[in-house]
Design a protein around this ligand. Structure first.
Ligand code: SAM
Length: 240
């Protein structure tokens, strides 16, 4: 990402409520599946702007959320949202270096960076006994994706299907406590505010900003037209 592209990217993404699909109901479902205690030590790994911290604290009102993201601007936004709550600690950091111990590691829309297996093998040592990991992972929902869907995800060569995600969980030595697909409402929680920002910035946009807006518009359109073919699988797992 060069400087002009980076500046344009943050012009588009600054202060959006979330940076990927998700909704509070996902957190509720996952914490119930994991049996997360009301005083849990939770890590929100790759928290982005902190969209899930409130729901995590609702699930564990006497607990603590340690949230981190590798991007300063996102960590700062999460800090601005939750920094006054003594039950939350937000910082810039690498989710692959967390030490714990955590009763739950929550990771929405970011496991594809290291890969499911690597993430789970790395996080095993950061879990408290009986702890669980809940993560959403993009995958194919069809054996025969259209050319448009394949082209849209061409940069993610490791994209697999639901069975492939389950195989990676098994290879990492974890049991599956539950899986479900993220809802359309979860996707709209990301794309509706993004669409509005694209609309606002589009007038007169040129150069890197125009490129960034065109890419974001195409990404949202791809999901709207091909959402039956791909999506996020929310997985709750525990080391065997
Ligand atoms: C698709 S966004 C999801 C953010 C947030 N969980 C949400 O749902 O709004 C992916 C996030 O992963 C973060 N990220 C990627 N690799 C990371 C790492 N190794 N450590 C911390 N954050 C990371 C990015 O900075 C980005 O904020």
């Amino acid at each position: 990402m060069n400087d002009a592209y980076r500046a344009a990217f943050f012009q588009l993404h600054r202060d959006l409520p979330r940076e990927g699909p998700g909704e509070p109901a996902d957190v509720t479902w996952a914490t119930e599946r994991a049996g997360t205690p009301r005083d849990a030590r939770i890590c929100d790994a790759a928290c982005g702007p902190g969209a899930d911290i409130a729901a995590l604290l609702t699930a564990s009102p006497q607990g603590h959320v340690t949230a981190l993201d590798q991007v300063d601007a996102f960590a700062a936004q999460a800090q601005a949202r939750h920094g006054n709550d003594p039950r939350a600690t937000v910082s810039t950091g690498d989710m692959m270096e967390i030490t714990g111990p955590f009763d739950l590691i929550w990771c929405a829309g970011a496991v594809y960076f290291p890969g499911v297996r690597t993430a789970l093998e790395t996080w095993r040592k950061a879990l408290a006994p009986g702890g669980a990991v809940a993560f959403s992972q993009v995958c194919w929902f069809t054996d025969a994706p259209s050319g448009a869907a394949r082209d849209g995800w061409a940069e993610y060569a490791d994209m697999t299907d639901e069975a492939g995600v389950l195989a990676q969980i098994d290879a990492a030595g974890c049991d599956v406590l539950g899986t479900r697909r993220l809802s359309d409402a979860a996707w709209e929680a990301y794309y509706t505010p993004l669409d509005a920002r694209i609309q606002t910035l589009s007038r007169g946009a040129s150069g890197a900003l125009k490129d960034v807006l065109d890419e974001a518009r195409a990404e949202a359109a791809l999901w709207r037209e091909h959402r039956a073919e791909f999506g996020y699988l929310l997985c709750v797992v525990r080391p065997k």
